[in-house]
Design a protein around this ligand. Structure first.
Ligand code: KG4
Ligand code: ZN
Length: 343
């Protein structure tokens, strides 16, 4: 049997398809971003997104298959992201994947988008040592997870309010930097002084023992966003590059501090990043430093695998198929799908 997986990803505003062999060799990865169609609204418009997926999906899948040099009958699995995400967007990819699975007579596998982000690092390093700590930071989620094994995830903590990417997008929007805000802030911050302003680091104190239970690994970014907005209102002449550099440093500080606690407390030997914010240059730098300091190997997926793509969906789908076999063809899109957690 072949080890080729065709995966389709349409959970938000990227229409993506990819063919990956044995969860490690990316034969093709096509990502068609709709960013230009949403930018003028300052964020993703669900109706615009689903319509664009309908238009783009067939050419994107065809390109992925041609670039990989494969045909339907060569595939072992057709996988698709079934959630979480925008329901109208998810439905486009899920329906297409099921139709292809039926017409090619190839098993269908329903993939969780969060699980796919966890697998981005494993694409490059399939032999990563588990258990490992994964910091998953995207536009919709911020969570610290211990990956005990394939399919076995333990949640240490998540955000109590905004996701890290959401904070980047909101601050960028206030500053008129366009959508999505993360890459713009990352770029501008390179010229700024990150210690110019001291913004709050919520739920981060010197001694993790002083933070009890659920709060130890929890994150909170909405107060930080408000602090930046209040600062700009009271000091409209503040240097934009210094503001974004100081804001970014506060986000990164909170993220890496808790990642370090998690590595130290669990004693894992490996840690990795996932999700769109994992493309952030300062987060990558600081995460590498804290892993070295804590004696764990750091794995950073290339930025193109951090933001939404279908190669990570193919990798997660391949491992899932090996564990659990095909998913029922009546599996639907689930906008609120959570990670299947243990413990
Ligand atoms: O994982 P992703 O592509 O989509 C979701 O599943 O949410 O993440 C998108 C998020 C956006 O909030 C975007 O601003 C952020 O990732 N992002 C970044 C960078 N590149 C993307 N944030 C900070 N720095 C970046 N370089
Ligand atoms: Zn994502």
């Amino acid at each position: 049997m072949s080890d080729l997986v065709l995966a389709i990803e349409t959970s938000c505003d990227e229409t993506a398809a990819s063919v990956v062999e044995a969860a490690r060799l990316v034969r093709s990865s096509v990502v068609s971003s709709q960013v230009d169609q949403h930018a003028r609204y300052g964020g993703v418009v669900p109706e615009v997104a689903s319509r664009a997926h309908v238009e783009l999906l067939v050419p994107v899948v065809a390109e992925a298959m041609v670039a990989a040099g494969v045909e339907g009958r060569d595939l072992a699995v057709v996988a698709a992201t079934t959630g979480p995400g925008l329901v109208g967007s998810l439905l486009v990819g899920v329906s297409a994947a099921k139709a292809l699975s039926l017409s090619w007579d190839v098993p269908f596998v329903a993939v969780n988008h969060l699980e796919a982000h966890l697998y981005a690092a494993l694409l490059e390093e399939p032999d990563l040592e588990m258990p490992m700590v994964v910091l998953l930071v995207s536009g919709g989620h911020t969570m610290l997870v211990v990956m005990e094994d394939h399919g076995r995830y333990r949640l240490l903590g998540s955000t109590l309010d905004d996701a890290a990417g959401e904070a980047f997008d909101k601050v960028a929007r206030y500053l008129g930097l366009g959508y999505p805000g993360g890459p713009a802030v990352d770029h501008l911050a390179l010229d700024g002084d990150r210690s110019a302003y001291s913004y709050p680091r919520a739920l981060v104190q010197e001694n993790p023992a002083t933070l009890s239970g659920d709060r130890r690994y929890a994150f909170s970014f909405s107060g930080l966003k408000t602090a930046v907005v209040n600062h700009l209102r009271s000091d409209p002449d503040a240097s934009t590059v210094d503001v974004v550099a100081s804001f970014q440093e506060a986000v990164v500080d909170a993220l890496v501090t808790k990642a370090r606690w998690a590595i130290e407390e669990t004693g894992v030997r490996a840690a990795c990043l996932g999700g769109g914010v994992a493309a952030n240059s300062r987060l990558r730098e600081r995460f590498t430093e804290i892993c070295e300091g804590a004696g764990a190997r750091a794995f950073l997926p290339p930025p193109s695998m951090c933001t939404d793509n279908a190669a990570m969906v193919a990798a997660a789908g391949w491992w899932q198929f090996r564990r659990e076999g095909p998913s029922p063809l009546d599996t639907g899109a689930d906008p609120n799908l959570g990670l299947n957690l243990i413990g």
